[in-house]
Design a protein around this ligand. Structure first.
Ligand code: URA
Length: 433
């Protein structure tokens, strides 16, 4: 197999075989295919696309380039979720304990990642003592005992994807639906779960800006899952507005705890219980979607989900007294962002809010940046809310950096209208195998 032949085939719109894709990926990882040839292949793929079978072969070849987690020793159906990333997305913090409280098995590896706030493991690390590194034995024992463990990504998951993603980043080939789908799925297929729900965020604050592209991505990922014998569901959810009210690491843990005690914002509850209901069905714990969703809402209201959260935090070394007093972990230095006119909130640009949180220090731009766990933004007004001039739109929890910039960014993210604001559904559609 010569790489030039594969580039030519893809350039001319032909289909590559599983063997060709597999060989190409293993030779690229071992270094015998140079970046310049892989760049040409990626660009040809960008223009010609891939069949679902090619995307699946690529996802599997990238999965097999590194460690594949084996969760066979855990009984029952293992469930997992993945979000394509959004502002204020703390769904995993609520969903994991919620599902475990209902008998599901949630054994998850989560990322840190670059972005507006840290990833799930950064958020969990805002709890003093919380350990995101567990040995394999500790991880398995904890899941057997309480149904949940969340750890940072260790080992060598899909190294081919890491190498290819870095190349895509500098060759303008990130925005290709088959390449995105196979990249995400390579890591999910390595995660050891039997059933996965993908939360595909759509809107200003998301990777996918429009519903049409997000639907194509969702369909392709579900198909890859089916061809790889995993049960995959994709839920398309709105990310024009941030999810919930809190953006920032400790602030998001605080909002997750409120939600686990039945006092969460309605959008966060809706997204979490929708994803959770599909996973309860996949885990064969419930057979009807509405019954499953109602059951999950009840587990939030009667605090059973919160009790599992305390057991989870305690099992991973976190300080329970600290989570009972989250206000101590959040910066007390605050600045109110005040409305400059009266009206109704017509829109609230999630991306700008996310960037403002990052300016305060809540996220990292490069992998070596240090995150400030106690800073962030609490939105007092969201889409559709009425506001009076001079009323707070949001509260910034700050240290010393970026306060003036963040203030102007948050103010500019709000658009206030004199007209009534139309309803927009939060769950846009579901693609289920
Ligand atoms: N997230 C991923 O993991 N891969 C992509 O290609 C895009 C987003």
């Amino acid at each position: 197999m010569r790489m030039t032949d594969l580039i030519t085939k893809k350039r001319d719109g032909e289909t590559l075989s599983d063997t060709e894709i597999k060989t190409m990926i293993s030779r690229y990882v071992e270094g015998s295919i140079p970046d310049y040839q892989m760049s040409a292949f990626l660009m040809a793929t960008y223009f010609q696309g891939m069949t679902d079978e090619e995307s699946t072969a690529l996802a599997m070849a990238m999965r097999d380039s590194g460690d594949v987690i084996d969760l066979q020793m855990l009984p029952g159906i293992k469930v997992d979720k993945h979000s394509t990333g959004g502002v204020g997305d703390k769904v995993t913090l609520v969903l994991g304990p919620l599902l475990a409280s209902q008998g599901a098995t949630f054994a998850k590896m989560s990322g840190r990642g670059l972005g507006h706030t840290g990833g799930t493991v950064d958020k969990l690390e805002s709890i003093p003592g919380f350990r995101v590194e567990l040995s394999v034995d500790e991880f398995i024992r904890q899941v057997q005992e309480i149904g949940i463990a969340v750890v940072g990504q260790s080992g060598d998951i899909a190294p081919a994807d890491k190498k290819l993603y870095a190349l895509r980043d500098v060759t303008a080939t990130v925005d290709s639906i088959p390449l995105i789908a196979s990249s995400i799925m390579s890591k999910k297929l390595a995660s050891g779960a039997d059933a996965i729900v993908l939360d595909v965020k759509v809107g200003h604050g998301a990777f996918m800006k429009d519903v049409e592209d997000a639907t194509k991505l969702a369909r392709l990922m579900v198909n890859i899952g089916r061809l790889a014998r995993k049960h995959v569901t994709a839920v398309l959810t709105d990310m024009d507005d941030p999810l919930g009210h809190a953006i920032g690491n400790a602030l998001e843990v605080d909002e997750a705890i409120r939600t686990l005690k039945g006092n969460g914002p309605s959008d966060l509850i809706d997204v979490t219980t929708t994803i959770g209901a599909y996973l309860l069905m996949d885990a064969k714990i419930e057979s009807d979607f509405e019954v499953a969703k109602t059951r999950l809402k009840k587990a939030l209201e009667d605090h059973s989900a919160y009790q599992t959260f305390e057991a989870f935090v305690s099992a991973q070394g976190g300080d329970i007294e600290a989570i009972r007093h989250m206000e101590r972990l959040i910066s007390k230095k605050t600045v109110d962002v005040l409305a400059t006119e009266s009206g109704a909130i017509e829109s609230l640009d999630a991306l700008t809010i996310g960037l403002a949180a990052m300016r305060l220090g809540a996220g990292r731009e490069t992998k070596d940046d240090v995150i400030l766990k106690d800073v962030g933004i609490v939105l007092k007004k969201k889409r559709g809310d009425a506001v009076e001039k001079g009323e707070p739109l949001a509260v910034l929890h700050v240290q010393d950096q970026g306060v003036d910039d963040a203030y102007q960014m948050v103010l500019g993210a709000y658009r206030i209208s004199q007209e009534p604001v139309a309803f927009r559904p939060l769950i846009k559609s579901v693609v289920r195998d």
